[in-house]
Design a protein around this ligand. Structure first.
Ligand SMILES: Nc1ncnc2c1ncn2[C@@H]1O[C@H](COP(=O)(O)OP(=O)(O)OP(=O)(O)O)[C@@H](O)[C@H]1O
Ligand SMILES: Cc1ncc(C[n+]2csc(CCOP(=O)(O)O)c2C)c(N)n1
Ligand SMILES: [Mg+2]
Length: 338
């Protein structure tokens, strides 16, 4: 028996595609859209001249485990939440407003219908809770597979113009919004064998950082409005993502340790519990889906952004990130293939 099976419940294999859709579509509601799920494609009204589009996949045992070494069980609700959050984050990182999603869900036949229902509830809840604006499910796809895999495509629009990775200029201020390091501290807790029973409430909150990430969805458009010159979301780790922005903009980023130490301090209980260095999570941990942005130095930066340094010089090959003047390794972030 695998972890997807609950013998007392019906499975996806015995109710089939139309049965699964009967369970999940009422959860997604899909109101306020020209045409939601049910035909060959969904139809979404375009309000501005540009459509943003992004896609991301999460796969069992690569991006989550149904059962972690700690003993924690990964809720289907949280898998739905994470797939939504991760994709909305990329629209946010362009300074855009997410408008709609399509969801491709591949499942082992023995997955219980209760699991699929919880997944849909988590996905729908993320759409509702993370954004002040409506985001609709336009459709999706169902398939049979050896492990659970979720691919979500998100659409979005911009009102104040898109923000690319490539516009940072020397003299700009570097700032972050959202969590930094919490998701990877949560991952470290989940990976700590047989530890779940001894997690305090504070540690359980850190684990939530991994299972239910919160991209700051109002901050992307707000940064665009404030004149952000470059932006990206923190998915693979602050250092590697900062390097991506620096490379795209052909600049160097000079960061300060003090604001980064503030992020690390919040993770100290987890670091003490695991005997690890909180700053490592801040610098190299991924999946927080916060924003890294640069602003002209006279811009009014939205208050939820913390200033972490400035854009220093143009050019330079190789590592372009310093902290308190010291060159940082930017090869340590997450890579699916290494
Ligand atoms: N299979 C692919 N075909 C075409 N373009 C791709 C493919 N995989 C990645 N890309 C593009 O390469 C760029 C870098 O991909 P990457 O996944 O690192 O960015 P991202 O989508 O911002 O990542 P994240 O999900 O970590 O925020 C993106 O613009 C992405 O659209
Ligand atoms: C079982 C398991 N192993 C490793 C990780 C860590 N992890 C997975 S994807 C990713 C970066 C973002 O990916 P993408 O670039 O695809 O958005 C990270 C840090 C996890 N969550 N679960
Ligand atoms: Mg991204």
């Amino acid at each position: 028996m695998t972890d997807h099976v609950q013998t007392s419940e019906r499975t996806v294999a015995n109710i089939g595609e139309s049965g699964i859709l009967q369970v999940i579509l009422p959860i997604f509601k899909s109101q306020g859209v020209v045409l939601g799920p049910g035909d060959d494609a969904g139809v979404l009204q375009i309000r501005t001249g540009e459509v943003l589009v992004t896609v991301d996949t999460i796969v069992e045992d690569q991006d989550f485990r149904l059962k972690w070494p700690s003993g924690a069980v990964h809720e289907a609700f949280d898998i739905g939440w994470k797939s939504a959050a991760q994709n909305l984050s990329d629209i946010n990182a362009m300074g855009g407003q997410p408008t709609g999603v399509v969801i491709s869900l591949s499942l082992p036949g023995e997955t219980s219908i209760g699991w699929v229902e919880d997944f849909a509830r988590g996905f729908a809840q993320a759409l509702h809770e993370l954004s002040e604006h409506p985001i609709v499910v336009l459709g999706g796809d169902l398939g049979l597979s050896k492990e659970i895999s979720v691919t979500t495509t998100a659409l979005g629009e911009t009102s104040k113009g898109r923000v690319l990775r490539s516009g940072a200029k020397p003299g700009d201020v570097v700032a972050v919004a959202g969590r930094v390091g919490m998701a990877s501290a949560g991952l470290a807790l989940l990976d700590k064998p047989d530890s779940e029973h001894s997690w305090s409430r504070a540690l359980r909150r850190v684990v939530q950082g991994q299972c239910r990430p919160v991209p700051p969805l109002e901050s992307g458009p707000r940064a665009a409005e404030a004149g952000a010159t470059a932006m990206l979301d923190l998915s693979d780790g602050l250092m590697i993502d900062a390097q991506r922005l620096a490379t795209a903009s052909e600049v160097t980023l000079a960061l300060d340790s003090q604001p980064l130490a503030d992020f690390a301090r919040r993770l100290q209980p987890a670091a003490d519990f695991l005997g690890e260095e909180a700053m490592q999570w801040v610098l190299y941990g991924g999946e927080d889906f916060g924003l890294l942005a640069t602003f002209p130095k006279d811009a009014t930066i939205p208050e939820e952004f913390s200033i972490i340094g400035k854009v220093a010089t143009t050019g330079s090959k190789g590592t372009a990130i310093t902290i308190d003047g010291e060159q940082m390794s930017t090869s340590e972030g997450f890579d699916h293939f290494s």
